[in-house]
Design a protein. Structure first.
Length: 126
């Protein structure tokens, strides 16, 4: 069953153009980097599902933020960090497929043309 779930998740990720994903084992931590925000995610197997815990902070002196979610088969959670105007958010996704949990790193951020960014900001300031 585990091999089937892993194979299914791998095929699903390959067909959805996911930037990068890795399998997470119960109790093992995985580092998160969303621009200036860093942290870790792990999960434990509980009677009602897989309890996923993600803790993030923007620096050693900042107050950390913790996200906790219990995932059933086929469920996912997403942590999203907004960016500058006109830039896509940085999204970190944790997915459960059967007995497999995968984490998807955010895709590379496209850098906006400085002139385009200035014109967007100018339009917002009006």
């Amino acid at each position: 069953m585990i091999r089937y779930s892993t194979a299914f998740a791998t095929v699903l990720l390959a067909t959805t153009s996911v930037a990068a994903a890795s399998e997470l084992a119960p109790g093992n931590g995985h580092s998160i980097r969303l621009g200036p925000v860093t942290g870790a995610v792990y999960y434990t197997v509980e009677p009602d599902g897989y309890r996923v815990v993600a803790t993030l902070a923007s620096g050693a002196d900042s107050q950390p933020v913790r996200f906790v979610s219990t995932l059933g088969p086929g469920q996912h959670m997403m942590i999203s960090l907004p960016q500058a105007v006109g830039q896509p958010s940085l999204d970190f996704k944790i997915m459960r497929y059967g007995t497999t949990v995968l984490v998807r790193e955010p895709a590379a951020i496209p850098v906006a043309d400085p002139m385009e960014q200035a014109s967007i900001q100018d339009a917002l300031d009006r």
